[in-house]
Design a protein around this ligand. Structure first.
Ligand code: PEP
Ligand code: MN
Length: 345
């Protein structure tokens, strides 16, 4: 059940409702929308009596939740969650979130070359894995903490926000200390202990859709994170496995409006893993923005042929620039914008 507060409800009235929920042995999740506060209740096994709340001051109405998820749904919050990363960088706001960088951090020189190229193109969010979940145990597994240190230096020297992946409950401890956004990869979408740990972090989480996950499974995975008290989750469509063999995965763009109908969480698209082929990344990026995604996550490498992972799907910096130029033209049709190129320093 959701307790919807009146738009003029005071902090004291909201606190009193939360206290009452906690006294009943449940967890209260106060989530602010654009016009009013809604309080989600979790931890209850059976139904919660609406009458216990309806008479409290400041309460507008009590609404039973019709979906299996309680906190990620639009019933709780009508407007899309706008995640504020500081310094004017948002995910879920009117400005599209463009996250770009290599698949993996391979060296300081490599990370700096790519960061320099993408930041000159106007990017404000840099991606790069320090821990890589690889299909083969013999493939490059990432630089670990050294990679995280390089990312922290990239943040300092280029003013970029960092997105990097935590692959297990061990690595998330360090990732949490270094990053701005914690990425949870497709292979870990149902790693419930990792989701719960991410839910206890104060950092926003980028949750990628599992390789064969349904929309409901993706939303329930996000629900794990919110249920622990972290309400800043970004969903990411990165392609699913089908019988198709002309691409690495099938990018399911129809999931974007489907998610947007059901959930207030922002959703971005990763056409790099979604297609696995460099020449398909630009066309599918255009489509992702046209379909209404809140942003893109794009792999870029200054020497893709030498990349230690995912070179085939990484754009050259000049291709990435072309992509952004096109997205800057498409975005306004949809009432969105892209951060401008910064002045040359
Ligand atoms: C990645 O972003 O580099 C990655 C490993 O993605 P996914 O989890 O979608 O395969
Ligand atoms: Mn990759």
């Amino acid at each position: 059940m959701l307790v919807i507060m009146k738009s003029q409800a005071t902090h004291e009235e909201i606190d009193a409702v939360c206290r009452k929920i906690e006294e009943m042995g449940y967890k209260a999740h106060p989530i602010m929308g654009s016009t009013r506060m809604a309080i989600g209740i979790t931890g209850n096994q059976g139904p919660v009596e609406a009458a216990s709340f309806e008479s409290l001051p400041g309460v507008g109405e009590c609404v039973p939740v019709s979906k299996p998820y309680k906190l990620v749904g639009r019933e709780l919050k009508e407007d899309t969650t706008d995640i504020d990363l500081g310094d004017g960088v948002h995910i879920g706001g009117p400005e599209l979130a463009i996250i770009a960088g290599p698949c993996a951090v391979e060296s300081r020189e490599q990370a700096y070359k790519i960061a320099s190229a993408v930041s000159a193109a106007g990017v404000r969010l840099f991606r790069g894995g320090a821990y890589k979940p690889r299909t083969s145990p013999y493939s490059f597994q990432g630089l670990g903490e050294e990679g995280l240190r390089i990312l922290a230096d990239v943040r300092k020297d280029f003013g970029l926000k960092i997105v990097t992946e935590a692959i297990d409950v061990e690595s998330i401890e360090l990732v949490d200390q270094y990053t701005d956004v914690i990425q949870i990869g497709a292979r870990n979408m149902q790693n419930f202990s990792l989701l719960k740990r991410a839910g206890r972090s104060r950092r926003p989480v980028l949750l990628k859709r599992g390789i064969s996950a349904t929309l409901d499974e993706l939303l329930m995975a996000a629900e794990y994170i919110l249920s622990e008290g972290n309400y800043n989750v970004v969903l990411c469509e990165r392609g699913i496995r089908t019988f198709t063999d002309h691409t690495r995965n099938t990018l399911d763009l129809s999931v974007v409006p489907a998610i947007q109908r059901l959930s207030h969480l922002p959703i971005i698209v990763d056409p790099s893993h979604g297609t696995g082929r460099r020449e398909k990344v630009i066309p599918l990026s255009r489509a992702a923005i046209a379909v209404g995604a809140d942003g893109l996550m794009i792999e870029v490498h200054h020497e893709p042929e030498k990349a230690l992972s995912d070179g085939n799907q990484s754009l050259h910096p000049y291709e990435f620039e072309k992509l952004l130029k096109e997205i800057r033209q498409i975005a306004p049709i949809l009432g969105r914008s892209v951060a401008p190129n910064p002045p040359v320093r």
